[in-house]
Design a protein around this ligand. Structure first.
Ligand SMILES: Cc1cc2nc3c(=O)[nH]c(=O)nc-3n(C[C@H](O)[C@H](O)[C@H](O)COP(=O)(O)OP(=O)(O)OC[C@H]3O[C@@H](n4cnc5c(N)ncnc54)[C@H](O)[C@@H]3O)c2cc1C
Length: 407
């Protein structure tokens, strides 16, 4: 009997691979192995409605547990894979059990970066935000009147700040760069979210470097900044980015960089092993990149299933992303890296606008804040390879639908 396709990591990419495999009627058996005790679930609501207490846990699961049983998919949750033996085509659990695979799909995701213990990262009351377990630990601490310090002004930190304000906490947010979202967005987008958070009472500090967290009997009680300023806090959330879970792949001798290196069908340097989602590092426009987004995880998982079913395809999906903060929905399409110019297009209300990114004359990405039309038509415009002039985009009278239809 042929060994199964083994999937390590039961998250977004794994769920997408399995759904496509089943939809294609592929016959080969599957075994899904994940270290968390849950079937694959959506992480985006963790820093939004789930932290707010506005979403039942069952709603997080991508499919009910029963569905996997109905499809005869082997499941091993609460099981961590500690080693891959590529020569014998086996994965080995932390408890030493060897499991054969025909093909192996690594969907191990990424981990939240932590502050080192020397800076107080291990104190009680210091949290990161990555899993259901993380939220279940910290949600009871999110009570009105408590003082929350957030370290990091990226999307997760900002979303958590919005939830905390909605729950009545006092929030201070530290960003060591000159501006929040500096790594991922233009200054105009940062300015929009700075004003949004300040308008909701967040004490937002940019160019503010943390020296260390302060300790009171093993529990965090505040922070000292490099400037010497002391900020009191009852709890601290660290949102300083993620790093890909590549240790398994590295130890097995697979080529890795900022992620597990894969080709256009998500195949690693071992032809029997594939990698998809946050852990994979792939080529786009001649550069190796790694994305942490639902779109990328879902599209890559889907692609591997199609490839293994014999379809002749390669990965070329258009990146998109979203974030929810208070009453603002941010939608992003494309990648803005290497942009040389941005243009702001006003929206229909005070809280809506979009930022259009150009690399020379080429339109490459859009950040749309409460602007679903700009997002939807802008996405079509980028996908069609149309490059409207910045002046045309900046003019609110320009009909985006007509542009998208090439009129
Ligand atoms: C709080 C939060 C909010 C987010 N919000 C958004 C958003 O608004 N929009 C968006 O597009 N994206 C968002 N993301 C990113 C998105 O959720 C991820 O990009 C996506 O989940 C990646 O899917 P994945 O399958 O690669 O990894 P994951 O879904 O993270 O799954 C990886 C799984 O592998 C398991 N694993 C790792 N190593 C092993 C091992 N050795 N053995 C067994 N199991 C292992 C992990 O425990 C984990 O369960 C958010 C992420 C977080 C954490």
């Amino acid at each position: 009997m042929t060994a199964p396709i083994v999937i390590v990591g039961a998250g977004q990419a794994a769920a997408s691979f399995i759904s496509r495999h089943v939809a294609l009627g592929s016959r080969q058996t599957l075994l899904l192995i994940g270290e968390e005790p849950h079937p694959p679930y959506q992480r985006p609501p963790l820093s939004k409605k789930y932290l707010l207490g506005d979403l039942e846990r069952d709603r997080l699961f991508i499919r009910p547990l029963q569905w996997y049983a109905e499809q005869n998919i082997g499941l091993r949750f609460g099981t961590r894979i500690g080693r891959i033996d590529p020569r014998n085509r086996q994965v080995v659990t932390d408890t030493g059990e060897a499991i054969d695979y025909d093909k192996l799909l690594l969907c191990t995701g990424s981990s939240a970066r932590r502050l080192p213990a020397s800076m107080g990262g291990e104190l009680d009351g210091v949290f990161t935000l990555r899993s259901i377990a993380d939220i279940d630990r910290q949600a009871p601490e999110f009570r009105a009147g408590r003082r929350l310090l957030i370290v990091g002004g990226g999307y997760i930190g900002l979303e958590a700040a919005a939830v905390a304000r909605q729950l009545g906490l006092e929030v201070t947010l530290l960003e060591m760069a000159e501006r929040i979202l500096q790594r991922v967005a233009a200054a105009e987008t940062s300015a929009y979210f700075r004003a949004l958070h300040q308008g909701h009472g967040v004490d937002l500090r940019e160019s503010a470097r943390l020296a260390r967290l302060l300790d009171e009997n093993g529990k965090v009680c505040g922070a000292e900044l490099e400037s010497g300023e002391i900020i009191a806090a009852d709890l601290v959330l660290v949102g300083i980015g993620g790093s890909p879970n590549i240790e398994l792949a590295q130890a097995a001798g697979l080529e890795c960089g900022n992620g597990i290196l894969v080709n256009a069908v998500c195949q690693t340097s071992d032809p029997n092993i594939f990698a998809a989602g946050d852990c994979s590092c792939f080529e786009r426009d001649g550069q190796r990149i790694r994305l942490e987004s639902v779109q990328n995880a879902a599209d890559q998982g889907d692609l591997v299933a199609r490839h293994l079913a014999g379809e002749d395809i390669s990965y070329s999906a258009m990146p998109w992303f979203w974030s929810d903060q208070y009453d603002c929905k941010l939608q992003i399409v494309g990648l803005n890296q290497g942009h040389t110019r941005t243009v702001t297009r006003p929206g229909n209300s005070e809280s809506s606008l979009s930022i259009w990114y150009y690399r020379d004359a080429e339109l490459i990405a859009i950040d749309a804040m409460n602007e679903p039309r700009s997002y939807a038509f802008g996405r079509k415009i980028i996908e069609a390879g149309i490059n409207p002039s910045p002046e045309l985009i900046a003019d609110p009278a320009t009909d985006l639908k007509a542009l998208a239809l090439g009129r």
